[in-house]
Design a protein around this ligand. Structure first.
Ligand code: NAP
Length: 256
């Protein structure tokens, strides 16, 4: 219950799905800090559900001024930051993922802005507020390794995240800041409701279950548990690499 005792954490996109699961796991292990998101209603309900020790900060991760406000506000309240989870991302509002013939230049840019550029600048803007020895966890995706219909741009952005963890770890060695990627497989979160019509939801989730060797979708708590490890000093020798938490989706084939 105290693997993150007194550590200050920021979890972007902590008001939903995987980010909230990570916040719950961090809180359980004694961390305090901030969750962020744009939706004020889910931000408030998530902060209430977490209880004391966490605040909600409204912000769009594609805006540098919002990123600065997130880190300044957290440091003003709690002091310097020990763990940063760069989780906000996924679907761009109102722009479904699509195959190449249906993608406009604007939509390409919006996906890359949310899933790659925002991650880079989240890290950059956090730096003045991070403690020496801090852990940065970039949320990647098994999609970086395995193509799925319509997901080429998203997958490429997440593949670049894996590379960023290496390059940024090198940049930040002198401050003993570790950067790693934590890549989920298919996790049961509200994201599916953003892309799939309600009547097809269960069928789409079942398809992912059928493709996942352990026979279930992951839970936000599965990713939370792995994130606790990466944020804690237990992982102090793990730097610039990727941990997959995907029920075997990437590396095990179910082909008979
Ligand atoms: N679920 C999966 O199967 C899966 C698999 C692999 C990787 N992932 C990755 O895991 C992360 C979380 O996904 P999820 O499944 O938990 O999805 P989710 O429930 O839809 O959560 C997405 C989060 O990102 C935030 N967000 C989105 N755009 C934002 C923006 N412009 N500025 C600030 N915050 C923004 C959302 O908050 P607001 O809407 O309030 O801004 C929300 O908190 C994403 O990076 C996703 O790519 C998910």
């Amino acid at each position: 219950m105290s693997r993150l005792k007194n550590k200050v954490a920021v979890i972007t996109g902590g008001n939903s799905g995987i980010g909230f699961g990570i916040a719950e796991a961090f809180k359980k292990e004694g961390a305090v800090g901030a969750i962020t998101g744009r939706n004020e209603a889910t931000l408030n309900s998530s902060v209430n559900a977490l209880g004391t020790g966490f605040i909600g900060i409204k912000g769009d991760v594609t805006r540098l001024a919002d990123l600065e406000n997130i880190f300044r506000t957290t440091a003003d309240k709690f002091g310097k930051i020990d763990a940063l989870v760069v989780n906000a991302g996924g679907i761009v509002d109102g722009v479904p993922m699509a195959a190449i013939n249906d993608v406009t230049e604007e939509n390409y840019d919006r996906y890359m802005d949310l899933n790659l550029k925002s991650a880079y600048f989240t890290v950059q803007r956090s730096l003045p507020y991070l403690n020496e020895g801090a852990s940065i966890i970039l949320i990647g995706s098994s999609a970086a390794h395995r193509a799925a219909p319509g997901m080429a741009i998203y997958s490429a952005a997440k593949a670049a995240i894996i590379s960023l963890a290496k390059g940024l770890s090198l940049d930040l060695l002198a401050k003993k800041i570790r950067v790693n990627t934590l890549s989920p497989g298919s996790i049961d979160t509200p994201v599916f409701g953003k892309i799939v019509p309600q009547e097809q939801l269960e069928q789409v989730k079942q398809t992912w279950i059928d493709h996942t060797p352990v026979g279930r979708q992951g839970l936000p708590s599965d990713i939370g548990n792995a994130a606790v490890f990466l944020a804690s000093d237990e992982s102090s020798f793990i730097v610039g690499t990727e941990i997959l938490s995907d029920g075997g989706l990437t590396n095990i084939s179910l082909m008979k």
